[in-house]
Write a protein that binds this ligand. Structure first.
Ligand SMILES: Cc1cc2nc3c(=O)[nH]c(=O)nc-3n(C[C@H](O)[C@H](O)[C@H](O)COP(=O)(O)OP(=O)(O)OC[C@H]3O[C@@H](n4cnc5c(N)ncnc54)[C@H](O)[C@@H]3O)c2cc1C
Length: 394
């Protein structure tokens, strides 16, 4: 059975565990053969035995000596390998088990420290038309990008090409372009919003890449399943209202989520609401095109009412407890009477998540949600009445 007939991807393993452990296959054992090979290439000293019989005089060497064959053969093999690895078709543009080379096709600076980066698989691939649609409808997902010199990886959250029709674009426009309805990403591109973290190892590396440079990508890694299998009731599976507290690039999953909710409306006609509290470093940063689209499409006419409130460090505006309380009340969360799940999501750097929802935990080497705390914890504890509100730390 192919991987995408049953879309089970890498489970959300611990982010920190992945940081601390070397990449699979990059163990000290794997390094040793290289060292050994280097040693064995040293020229061995020639010893001449005194009693050794005289050697026959060497004959003139024929033209068909080993180098005569090996050099062109190596050249041809090298060419074939190069041609094969650069032009042959692969089944999937990304897979969770191995890194796939991707070429940077464009970089759009949004501020001195952040960019929108688009990647395309180096080798052409022929995934089934539902490939990206399945991934987008499974949950919030990210890819891992490798820093080749340090052999470390970090997660980045791809943004949909467009928010309409599950990322497929407007139906009419899609048909006009001759696209199949479910072909949500025909060019198999990945677009990521990256901010360079001071002293970071992978994010400055990514920001310094230029169009044409190659990076290695593995995934998808699903960090939050939209319709958890363990929940039996259809209504409880369904996401109804979301308050999304985002810090910096932590806004990317909010875009994935809204795209999913917009596509859900086209299936079930149920209305939903998303309130995003978006904290960013500077008001000078250009707004992501996907956020502009989110504001345009989230007027409720497509079933999802989206509102975004901005907070900027350089304007001394910060998300405060009353902002979250107002958002929760405004969406009438926890009072749905079984009409679906109400979720507060907190997404951003570790300190940001700790402040708003408490630290994540650890169990058996895997990252867990930990105990609910922080500002959201206080708000939910002080609620006198109302149903359940789920909290998710991303
Ligand atoms: C599921 C998931 C999805 C992610 N998606 C994105 C994304 O779409 N775009 C994106 O830019 N990042 C994203 N990240 C964060 C990303 O994986 C890296 O952690 C980030 O780029 C920093 O990596 P680094 O190697 O440069 O820094 P590191 O070497 O890991 O860290 C250097 C220092 O910076 C601190 N630090 C790490 N991240 C941040 C931060 N964001 N803000 C402030 N300080 C920080 C660390 O605690 C450390 O002290 C995501 C993380 C996860 C877990």
């Amino acid at each position: 059975m192919s991987m995408f007939q049953r879309p089970i991807f890498l489970s959300a393993r611990s982010h920190l565990a992945r940081r601390c452990s070397p990449l699979p296959g990059f163990s000290p054992v794997a390094r040793n053969p290289i060292a050994t090979a280097r040693l064995s290439t040293r020229p061995r000293p020639t010893t001449i035995h005194p009693q050794q019989p005289p050697q026959p005089q060497s004959r003139p060497r024929p033209f068909y000596t080993t180098p005569f064959f090996t050099i062109p053969t190596a050249f041809i093999l090298g060419y074939v390998t190069y041609t094969f690895t650069t032009t042959s078709t692969i089944p999937y543009p990304i897979n969770p088990y191995s890194f796939t080379p991707h070429v940077i096709t464009s970089t759009t600076p949004l501020s001195p420290t952040s960019s929108l980066i688009t990647l395309s698989p180096k080798q052409p691939s022929t995934p089934p038309p539902s490939f990206w649609a399945i991934i987008n409808s499974e949950g919030l997902w990210s890819v891992q990008i490798k820093q080749p010199q340090l052999q470390i990886q970090r997660e980045y959250t791809p943004l949909p090409e467009t928010l309409v029709n599950g990322g497929a674009g407007d139906d009419q426009a899609a048909k006009g372009k001759g696209r199949r309805d479910r072909d949500v990403n025909p060019d198999n591109q990945l677009t990521i919003f990256v901010r360079a973290v001071d002293g970071g190892e992978v994010s400055p590396y990514l920001l310094s890449r230029k169009p044409g440079d190659v990076v290695e990508v593995r995934g998808p890694v699903v960090t939050y399943t939209f319709r958890p299998e363990e929940v039996s009731s259809e209504q409880e599976k369904d996401i109804r209202n979301v308050v999304f507290i985002a810090g910096g690039t932590g806004v990317s999953p909010a875009i994935q989520l809204t795209t999913y909710l917009l596509s859900q409306y086209t299936k079930d006609g149920k209305k939903r609401q998303v309130k995003i509290l978006f904290a960013s470093k500077t008001a000078g940063e250009k707004v992501l095109p996907q956020i502009q689209e989110l504001q345009r499409l989230g007027d409720g006419s497509r079933g999802v009412q989206v509102s975004i409130e901005y907070f900027y460090d350089d304007k001394d505006t910060f998300i405060k407890k009353p902002d979250i309380e107002t958002a929760v009340l405004g969406l009438d969360m926890g009072n749905g009477g079984g009409n679906g799940r109400d979720v507060i999501m907190v997404s951003g750097p570790e300190g940001f998540v700790n402040h708003f929802a408490g630290k994540k935990g650890w169990k058996d080497g895997l990252e867990t949600q930990g105990v609910l705390g922080g500002v959201v914890g206080e708000i939910l504890k002080s609620r006198k009445q109302g149903g359940k509100i789920e909290v998710m730390k991303l």
